[in-house]
Design a protein. Structure first.
Length: 370
């Protein structure tokens, strides 16, 4: 079976953590025996030089995973204008796919491309926030055969009255082996820091940046005797870096520490575990969202202490994966994990194998669309 994975901005932003979202899914479908095509679409006004340079960079990033030779490009828009890509020697869909199954993780893929496939599915990685954006006209209504979401509970919007099937985020377990560590540090996460405001289901606007989620928790180093390190995209904002570090949390540049997929994996696997807060929107919408980054930590045998984003029928709470509700809860959970670190590491890997195994998740997705 041929499976096309529609990625989001993998050419424009070929950074480590961003690419791993799609690498994990691509390798998961390949583990099921599928021929995988990695699709990205570029704005119609992009220069050929820019596209060619980005394509070469993406090839280098994907080469270690055997995905360099399966990239296909198209244009963002309803008019098919790929002749200039072909003329420049860039790979397009016509050369790669027989159009069996489309797995769309982009949200705004041109409908002309979706309609080329016998079967199609969208996988929503931003539960609640995507549906809200669709209802506000920021993304088109999905026309796929099946809709999946990594949220266990979605708010209902009149504009998106379709069934969303739940799936967990996936990880390619063979790419994320267990690496031993020490509870003494560093406890890390990788993230953008700045973000936009969001309007909730009742019309209330609120800031929805990672920065806003972390603000109540920045003094954690004074309560828990371990190293906290944030790999962030701050640019040249030395004032913000200094403000964060004044609380005892060390900051490194995410592009330097985890800029490529290999660097990103190494950064996670040399951490003691993950400590991270969620964007406020995920907490308010209570969808049970869990980050694709967190499942990589778990697969590496790294305990995760992350913010609660809603009830879950399946996620463990206190064995490898801990979800805190407030500052006191975060402190208590960190101390519990540190006190029982070896067993928490074993439990983390077991959680990944039980819930987030890429092959098992991909097989289930395919059972609904093929």
């Amino acid at each position: 079976m041929n499976v096309t994975l529609s990625t989001a901005n993998s050419l424009a932003y070929p950074q480590g953590g961003h690419l791993w979202v799609f690498i994990n899914w691509a390798l998961a479908f390949r583990a099921c025996g599928c021929n995988v095509v990695w699709l990205d679409v570029v704005p119609g006004d992009s220069s050929l030089r820019e596209i060619t340079d980005s394509y070469k960079s993406l090839c280098e990033a994907l080469r270690p995973f055997g995905l360099c030779d399966v990239i296909a490009l198209d244009v963002l828009g309803e008019e098919e204008t790929t002749a200039h890509l072909k003329k420049a020697g860039l790979p397009t869909l016509d050369e790669r796919d027989s159009f069996d199954v489309l797995i769309d993780l982009r949200y705004n893929l041109p409908r002309r491309l979706i309609r080329r496939y016998r079967h199609s599915a969208m996988i929503d990685l931003d539960p609640g926030q995507l549906q809200l954006a669709i209802s506000q006209g920021k993304y088109p209504l999905p026309i796929h055969d099946v809709l999946f979401t990594i949220g266990e509970s979605l708010p209902v919007f009149d504009a998106v009255r379709r069934e969303w099937l739940h799936t967990f985020p996936c990880v390619a377990l063979d790419q994320w082996g267990v690496v031993g560590g020490s509870p003494r540090g560093p406890w890390t996460t990788v993230s953008h820091w700045w973000g936009e405001w969001m309007v909730d289901t009742e019309g209330n606007a609120f800031p929805n940046a990672k920065r806003d989620g972390f603000q109540p928790y920045l003094d954690l180093p004074s309560e828990v005797p371990v190293r906290f390190e944030l790999a962030l995209c701050l640019g040249n904002d030395d004032g913000e870096r200094a403000a964060i570090e004044a609380h005892g949390m060390h900051v490194v540049d995410a592009h330097e520490a985890a800029g490529t997929p290999l660097q990103y994996r190494e950064y996670i696997q040399h951490s003691a575990g993950e400590f991270s807060c969620a964007k406020p929107g995920y907490v308010r919408l209570e969808t049970g969202w869990l980050s694709d980054r967190t499942v990589c930590y778990l697969a590496s045998g790294k305990p995760c202490v992350v913010q609660w984003t809603g009830p879950s029928r399946a996620l463990p709470d206190g064995c490898g994966l801990h979800r805190f509700r407030d500052v006191r809860d975060a402190v208590d959970r960190m101390k519990r994990v540190i006190a029982d670190y070896p067993s928490q590491c074993r439990a983390a890997r077991q959680v990944a194998e039980t819930l987030f195994d890429g092959r098992a998740i991909a097989e289930r997705v395919l059972s609904f669309v093929s």
